[in-house]
Design a protein around this ligand. Structure first.
Ligand SMILES: Cc1ncc(C[n+]2csc(CCOP(=O)(O)OP(=O)(O)O)c2C)c(N)n1
Length: 629
C-alpha cells in the first residue's frame, strides 16, 4: 500500500499523478472500511480526498496553515498526517477524535465541531502573520452548507476589507446534512452550472471581436453575448465584489485541475476564492446515492450499504416531532424551524405533513431564534428544535430577541446531556446554566418520552418562551398511543417518600434514581425520589415539603454542576434558609471527550452504582456527624 509509506505529507509531494490517483483510491478504501465499523462522517470525508491530497501537495503544511471548517470532512487529512495506525480507533474511547484536535497533530491547526468558524480563525492567523512579518500561507476549506451561516459572512466581509493574501476553498457539494437550502445555495448552483469563469471571459472577448455586421446573425450573436455576460457576471460576481479573486468552478475530484489552480491561487497577493465542486460520498455507491443518510451514520455493512441498527423504541427526537404533528393538526399556527438539521431533529416528518409550516433556515441558529421571535409577534406558535450544543450560538438572540420581549417561542433543546462519539464540541451539558439566567424563560425536562409529549403540548399553551430539553437516543418504551396526557405546569412529581435521603432528579436520570433507591433500600435506608420536571420555575412548594420530610437531599443531573439544576436548588435553599443538607451530583467543570455515554456516567459516578455508593457514604457521614453532636 502506498498509504503505508506516507508518514507525513512531505512523502507525497514528489509523487507522480499516477501515484496520487492510487493513493486517493487507498484513502477511500481506508475511510470506508473504518467508518463501516466505527460510524462517522464518511460522506463528507470521501468528498474531499483529492482536495486533501492537492492541498498538502501544494502547500508546505504544517508551516503553512490549513484550516478545515467543522473538521468532519478531514479523515483523509488525518490519514496522511501520521495517523494511519490509529485510524481504526476513530471516535472510540481514547482513540482519534471524529473532528480535528490540536493535541492529535501539528497539522491540525484549528479545531472545531461547530460550523462556519474557519474563515474567522484563518483571517486571525493571516493578520498575525502580517503583524509579525512571518511568511506562512493560510488556506481554509469551508463547505457550501457552512457558508449559509452569518459568521462565515462576517469573516468574508473583513477578509475583503483587509485584503491580505489567503485562500478560501469553497467545497461545494450542494449538500449540508440535508440538501443545502437558501438563496445563496441557489446562487452557488448558478455558478456551478456556468462554465469556468476564466474560459468565459475569453469567450466573451472573442465574440465581441467577431460580431458580424449583418442581419439575424448580429441578433443571434448579441443574444449569445447577453447570455455569456449574464453568466460571466454571475461567475465570481458576489465574491469578486467582496474583494476576492475567484477561481472556478473546478472539478474537485480532478487532481489535474486542482493542483495547478491551487498552486496559482496560493501565490496571488490578495484573497482568493477557489470554488471546488465535489460529490458527497464519492467512490462509495450507497453514500453517493443517499448522501443525507451517509452524512454521519453509525456502523454499516460495506457490501450492501445497510446500517447495522438495533430496533429500539422511538427516539426522543421522533416523539418530539410526532407531538408537534399531533398538535399541529388542530392548531394551524404551530410552525417548526430547523437550522439545517431536518433529519437529526426529525422535523422532516413534520415537514412531510405540513410542507409550508417547516422552515429550514440553513446553519443559522442565530437567525432562527430571531426569525421565531418575528413569527411569534405576528401570531404564530413557532417551535425551534435545535441541539443543545448549537443553541449556544443563539444565546444573544434567545435573551435579546425572544425572552426580553417575552415571546411565546418554544425551543426544543435536543441532544441535551452527553452525546457519545461526537465528543467535546457536541456535548449538551451547558444549556441549563446559560438558559436559567434568562428572565421569562421556562425550562423543563421530562423523565421520559411520555412526559416529553405532555410538556411539548403544554408548552404550546404557555404565554412565555419555553425550553424543553430531551436527550439523544431512545426513550423508555412508554406507550404513546393514547391522547396526550395533561401535565401540571411548574409542578414536580414526588413519586417516593423517604426519611434518610431524597434524590431529586432532573430528566431521564430519574430512572437511574429509581435504581439507586432500590440499592439504598437494600442497605435499610428510607429513600425518597422526586422527578423535578422543571428547573424554571422551580417547584419550591414541593421542595419545601421534601426538605421537611427527609434528612438529606441529593440532586442528580446529566449536566455540568456549575449553574445547573442542583445550583438552582442550592440558590433556593440558601435564600429560604433551608437546613436540610443538600449535595449536588452532575458533571465536572471539564470538556468531556468522545466515548460511550455509559463510560462517562460510570467515570463521573453518575450511574446507579456510583450514585448509590456516594449517597450511602454521605448518609453514613451525616449520621456520624449528628451522633457526635
Ligand atoms: C453551528 C452548527 N450547526 C449545525 C451543525 C451540524 N452540522 C454538521 S455538518 C453540517 C453540514 C455542513 O455542510 P457543509 O459545510 O456543506 O459540509 P459537507 O458536510 O457538505 O461537506 C451540519 C449542519 C454544526 N456542526 N454546527
Amino acid at each position: 500500500m502506498l498509504l503505508e509509506s506516507i508518514g507525513s505529507p512531505k512523502d507525497l509531494r514528489n509523487f507522480s499523478m499516477t501515484q496520487l490517483h492510487r493513493l486517493a483510491g487507498e484513502l477511500r478504501q481506508s475511510i470506508i472500511e473504518t467508518t463501516s465499523r466505527t460510524g462517522g462522517h464518511i460522506g463528507a470525508s470521501l468528498g474531499t480526498v483529492e482536495l486533501t491530497l492537492a492541498l498538502h501537495k501544494v502547500y508546505d503544511t504544517p508551516y503553512d496553515k490549513l484550516l478545515w471548517d467543522i473538521g468532519h470532512q478531514a479523515y483523509a487529512h488525518k490519514l496522511i498526517t501520521g495517523r494511519l495506525e490509529e485510524f481504526s480507533s476513530l471516535r472510540q474511547l481514547g482513540g482519534l477524535s471524529g473532528f480535528l484536535k490540536r493535541r492529535e497533530s501539528e497539522y491540525d491547526v484549528w479545531e472545531a465541531g461547530h460550523a462556519s468558524t474557519s474563515l474567522s480563525a484563518a483571517l486571525g492567523m493571516a493578520a498575525a502573520r502580517d503583524l509579525t512579518h512571518a511568511s506562512y500561507r493560510v488556506v481554509a476549506v469551508i463547505g457550501d452548507g457552512a457558508l449559509t451561516a452569518g459568521m462565515a459572512w462576517e469573516a468574508l466581509n473583513q477578509i475583503g476589507h483587509l485584503r491580505t493574501p489567503m485562500v478560501v476553498v469553497v467545497n461545494d457539494n450542494s449538500m449540508s446534512i440535508a440538501p443545502n437550502v437558501g438563496a445563496f445555495s441557489r446562487y452557488l448552483t448558478d455558478l456551478r452550472s456556468a462554465p469556468a469563469y476564466s474560459r468565459l471571459k475569453q469567450e466573451v472577448e472573442g465574440l465581441l471581436e467577431g460580431i458580424p455586421v449583418f442581419g439575424n446573425q448580429i441578433k443571434r450573436s448579441v443574444e449569445r453575448l447577453k447570455d455569456l455576460v449574464h453568466y460571466a457576471m454571475l461567475a465570481g460576481n458576489v465574491f469578486e465584489e467582496l474583494g476576492f479573486r475567484y477561481f472556478g468552478p473546478l472539478d474537485g475530484h480532478s487532481l489535474d485541475d486542482l493542483i495547478p489552480v491551487l498552486a496559482n491561487a496560493r501565490d496571488v497577493a490578495e484573497p482568493v476564492i477557489v470554488h471546488v465542486i465535489t460529490q458527497k460520498g464519492k467512490g462509495y455507491r450507497p453514500a453517493e446515492e443517499h448522501p443525507g443518510e451517509f452524512h454521519g451514520p453509525g456502523p454499516f455493512d460495506v457490501a450492501s450499504g445497510h446500517f447495522i441498527k438495533k430496533i429500539e423504541p422511538p427516539s426522543y427526537s421522533q416523539v418530539f416531532s410526532q407531538t408537534l404533528i399531533e398538535v399541529g393538526r388542530v392548531r394551524p399556527e404551530v410552525v417548526a424551524i430547523t437550522a439545517a438539521m431536518p433529519d437529526g431533529t426529525k422535523l422532516d416528518k413534520f415537514g412531510e405533513v405540513f410542507p409550508d409550516r417547516l422552515f429550514d433556515v440553513g446553519i443559522a441558529e442565530q437567525h432562527a431564534a430571531t426569525f421565531a421571535a418575528g413569527l411569534a409577534l405576528a401570531g404564530m406558535r413557532p417551535v425551534f428544535a435545535v441541539y443543545s450544543t448549537f443553541i449556544q450560538r443563539a444565546y444573544d438572540q434567545v435573551i435579546h430577541d425572544v425572552c426580553h420581549q417575552d415571546l411565546p417561542v418554544v425551543f426544543g433543546v435536543d441532544r441535551a446531556g452527553l452525546v457519545g462519539a461526537d465528543g467535546a464540541t457536541h456535548q449538551g451539558i451547558f444549556d441549563i446554566s446559560f438558559l436559567r439566567t434568562v428572565p421569562n424563560l421556562e425550562i423543563a425536562m421530562g423523565k421520559d418520552e411520555g412526559e416529553l409529549r405532555s410538556l411539548v403540548a403544554e408548552a404550546l399553551n404557555r404565554p412565555h418562551p419555553v425550553a424543553i430539553r430531551y436527550p439523544r437516543g431512545f426513550g423508555q418504551g412508554i406507550d404513546l398511543s393514547g391522547p396526550i396526557p395533561p401535565i401540571a405546569w411548574g409542578e414536580a412529581e414526588w413519586t417516593h417518600r423517604g426519611e434518610d435521603i431524597t434524590l431529586i432528579a432532573f430528566g431521564p436520570i430519574y430512572y437511574t434514581g429509581l435504581a439507586v433507591r432500590k440499592m439504598l433500600m437494600a442497605h435499610n435506608l428510607s429513600v425518597g425520589l422526586v422527578n423535578a420536571r422543571f428547573v424554571k420555575p422551580l417547584d419550591t412548594a414541593t421542595l419545601e415539603k421534601v426538605a421537611e420530610s427527609t434528612r438529606a437531599i441529593m440532586t442528580i443531573e446529566e449536566h455540568v454542576l456549575a449553574g445547573g439544576f442542583g445550583s438552582a436548588v442550592n440558590e433556593w435553599a440558601n435564600r429560604e434558609g433551608i437546613a436540610t443538607p443538600i449535595r449536588n451530583e452532575g458533571l465536572p467543570d471539564e470538556f468531556i471527550d468522545h466515548g460511550p455515554v455509559n463510560y462517562f456516567l460510570n467515570l463521573y459516578e453518575l450511574d446507579a452504582q456510583g450514585l448509590s455508593r456516594k449517597a450511602l457514604a454521605w448518609v453514613e457521614a451525616l449520621k456520624s456527624l449528628s451522633s457526635e453532636r
